[in-house]
Design a protein around this ligand. Structure first.
Ligand SMILES: *Cc1c(COP(=O)(O)O)cnc(C)c1O
Length: 365
């Protein structure tokens, strides 16, 4: 077997498969279908295939490059562009996405032209602003927008959606979910639409879902973090029965020495322009790991053993080893939060290693 270099991320495909299965079953009980979000893992086709094997039929990503990767890898799903298309990419949006989230009439107009040119039909989910203040059409403008889109050829409205807890930290409350349901009913009656997707949100919708008796018209959620890290995202509580450790970041010790705990000599700024204060705790057993901010958002790492992260620069992470007997060449493992996961999957310096119960697959990227 190839030796996988470090730093690396261990990706446990069985744990991801388990989380997908559980969430699909849970949300399915009240008629909600899960749209798998792949942007968190940069459209990794091996992970996307796990989603599809476990019954997910739509895969969504914010980047066309990732949709293209998955399509070209032969993943069979309906592909959704998870953000409003940029004017500069409309040809590839029509080519690689079956559906895109949209909020801008001028963009939709050009999507229509592009779809006609490519002799295809491009499907649209209109995003509605419900308070979180990222993407979305103001609710009072939705009807007039729909009316204009219905004049266009080459594009078809297949749903509406809203996003929560991303920019403003706003909760998908029962009142907000009811408002979205009512809007769906209203559009169906006014325009005879029969919307296929009423997409109520993301991993932040778990609490709403668990406590509501009636989900109304909501029939879709776009899930990333709760699949990958087994958590809802309003309080970051673990969801019962899910794995929170499907991903593990592993780095290598490159120096261990007993050194003072406080810097000595005249001091100015550190590598990132900060002036930090240190408490003198006397001599300390310190280690350096061969990874830093070019590999991972270090503040999003939690050591799996009893050591402490002191800080990091671009390529070094400083550790108080406490009583761990570390020496150069040893591996140190960490759990990841959302930002850390996103950064290790994005960094070209971090090797991706797929772990399966019975076998291990390596890719060194
Ligand atoms: C990233 C994203 C999601 C997924 O959010 P999670 O918190 O990872 O479940 C859903 N919808 C949109 C529009 C997104 O951009």
């Amino acid at each position: 077997m190839n030796k996988v270099r470090l730093p690396r991320v261990d990706i446990n495909l069985d744990k991801i498969a388990h989380n997908v299965e559980q969430l699909v079953a849970l949300y399915g009980r009240k008629g909600i279908e899960v749209m798998g979000v792949t942007k968190t893992v940069c459209g990794d086709p091996t992970i996307a295939q796990v989603f599809v094997d476990k019954g997910i039929r739509t895969l969504s990503d914010s980047r066309i490059a990732n949709l293209k990767t998955m399509r070209e890898a032969g993943i069979e799903a309906r592909f959704v562009l998870l953000r409003t298309p940029a004017m500069s990419e409309l040809d590839v949006v029509v080519k690689y996405a079956d559906i895109s989230l949209n909020t801008e009439l001028a963009v939709i107009q050009k999507l229509s032209t592009e779809a006609l040119a490519q002799n295809t039909m491009h499907e649209i989910i209109l995003m509605v602003e419900m308070g979180d203040l990222r993407e979305g059409i103001m609710p009072e403008d939705v009807k007039s927008t729909v009316r204009k889109i219905l004049q266009m050829r080459g594009v078809r409205i297949v749903g509406i959606g809203a996003n929560f807890a991303c920019f403003g930290g706003v909760k998908p409350s029962p009142a907000k979910m009811n408002a979205l349901s009512q809007l769906a009913d209203d559009l169906d009656t006014t325009f005879g639409l029969d919307l296929e997707f009423v997409s109520g949100g993301n991993s932040a919708n778990y609490q709403w879902f668990s406590t509501c008796d009636d989900v109304g018209r909501i029939n879709n959620l776009r899930l990333g973090e709760s699949i990958y890290l087994g958590r809802e995202t309003l309080e970051r509580e673990a969801i019962p029965g899910l794995f929170t450790d499907a991903f593990t970041f592993v780095s290598e010790v490159i120096e261990t020495k007993v050194k003072p705990s406080a810097p000595y000599g005249e001091r100015g700024q550190d590598a990132f322009g900060n002036t930090t204060t240190f408490t003198d705790k006397g001599l300390m057993k310190r280690a350096i790991l061969g990874s830093g901010l070019q590999d991972v958002i270090v503040t999003g790492l939690t050591p799996k053993s009893d050591i402490e992260i002191l800080g990091a620069s671009s390529d070094h992470t400083l550790i108080d080893t406490k009583n761990a007997p570390l020496s150069p060449g040893d591996e140190v493992a960490f759990d990841l939060d959302y930002g850390a996961l996103l950064s290790v999957m994005t960094s070209p310096y971090v090797a991706k290693k797929y772990v399966i119960a019975t076998q291990e697959l390596n890719t060194v990227s």
